[in-house]
Design a protein. Sequence first.
Length: 79
Amino acid sequence: MGDIIPNDAAYPHWKQLCLAAVSELDAEKLPQRLADARSAVLDRIEDNFSKPSNDEQLVLRNALDALAALRAIVQRKIA
């Protein structure tokens, strides 16, 4: 990940991957960044399934929505 993506405890791994995806400028790397970020968010959602935190669940759902929107834009540009 680039220098603009923080790598510390304040930014969990899934969030780091989301930030990397939304800041990726290389069109060839973007689909993989989106897939990696989506996978990490879904993994985190599964981790929280037994003891959900409402605040984090909302943030995770919002992240999935943002990644899906970005993926749709990328797919339209490819087509």
